[in-house]
Design a protein around this ligand. Structure first.
Ligand code: SAM
Length: 323
């Protein structure tokens, strides 16, 4: 089992398969994805070896992310490869879902267990202005299809922003009344590129948590491979609400996640310096050297991130690491 110097155990791998994104969200890639040279993203065999190596070290859940992971044509094969790996119990994806109705059948066939979809506003015009794409109705149609199918859990990620959504919970609550999804409000995080935006838009999730508790929302129990959200449920609502509060005091104490970037680098935290390359260890089917290399690096994991000191590490935006 992968453990660090602080006794934390790592059941959960976030695996980025591309850093290309087709959306230009105001807080992440306001000028769209820019890259002047071709990038050598992880191949399917390399992904198999990563999944296998981590699974043998105790990883139970893999989240496929990006960039926008659905831009990769071989995404169904990647989902299936993770799902077929012995020891991996759940395969999830984080996506902007821009073609969810078209993609859903192949993801389900490949065995996807959970789909997390980024929607920062339920108002189509506001959604368009945040992302640069007029896609909200199409995405909501995809969510209805996924819910009707019933094989996957569906969660929605909403980044809290002063200007767009933090002071208008009612629209979200109305939607959750009859929609059985978990809506997770994520506190906006500072990155190397969004400092001004962050200063203008950051809102603390604790304010929303207080209101939820006052309105009768109850805390749900956390699973050991669960993500970073504190989740709440309410008997009158089909949906749940989660809060991801990276600036709260004890956020890092429950960290159970490691990340591998689309370039094959291990990131011990979303906000560390340069990742640690695994590439040399991904060229052969024997995963023992890979496992040993990962174990050796675990000692470098710090107790917390340093976001409070405005230190964002090498993370210029979250598209490079999958949020
Ligand atoms: N393209 C996919 C998507 O849209 O979900 C996956 C990658 S995206 C970087 C993953 C998540 O990170 C999204 O939910 C996005 O809203 C969130 N995110 C990006 N930048 C963020 C920031 N600065 N603070 C908080 N969340 C952020």
């Amino acid at each position: 089992m992968l453990t660090d110097n602080f006794g934390r155990k790592f059941y959960y791998l976030r695996l980025s398969i591309t850093d290309v994104c087709n959306f230009s969200c105001t807080y992440c890639l306001p000028d769209g994805y820019q890259c002047d040279q071709p990038r050598d993203f992880l191949s399917l065999p390399e992904i198999r070896r990563i999944a296998n190596g981590f699974a043998q070290l105790g990883t139970e859940k893999i989240r496929i992310t990006g960039g926008e992971p659905s831009l990769r044509k071989d995404l169904p094969e990647i989902i299936a490869a993770c799902k077929e790996t012995q020891g991996i119990k759940r395969v999830a994806i984080t996506t902007n879902a821009f073609k969810l109705p078209e993609h859903l059948p192949s993801w389900l066939d490949a065995g996807i267990d959970a789909i997390n979809i980024s929607i920062d506003s339920l108002d189509p015009r506001q959604f368009h202005s945040i992302t640069g794409h007029n896609k909200l109705p199409h995405i909501l149609k995809g969510i209805d299809m996924a819910l009707a199918h019933g094989q996957t859990t569906v969660k929605v990620n909403t980044v809290l922003m002063r200007e767009y959504n933090a002071y208008d919970m009612q629209t979200f609550l109305d939607w959750l009344k009859d929609t059985p999804v978990t809506l997770r409000f994520i506190e906006l995080m500072q990155t190397g590129e969004n400092q001004e935006f962050f200063d203008a838009q950051h809102v603390q999730g604790s304010r929303i948590k207080q209101n939820l508790i006052l309105d009768g929302w109850l805390p749900a129990i956390r699973d050991k491979s669960a993500g970073p959200a504190q989740e709440f449920y309410h008997p009158d609502y089909a949906g749940r609400i989660g809060l991801i509060m990276p600036y709260s005091n004890d956020f890092c104490s429950t960290c159970n996640r490691l990340r591998v970037s689309s370039l094959g680098k291990l990131h011990l935290c979303l906000f560390t310096e340069e990742g640690l390359s695994l590439k040399d260890y991904l060229q052969q089917d024997d995963v023992e050297p890979l496992k040993q290399h990962i174990i050796n690096m675990m000692g470098n994991k710090k107790a917390t991130h340093f976001l409070h000191e405005k230190l964002t590490g090498a993370t210029t935006n979250l598209a490079m690491l999958g949020g």
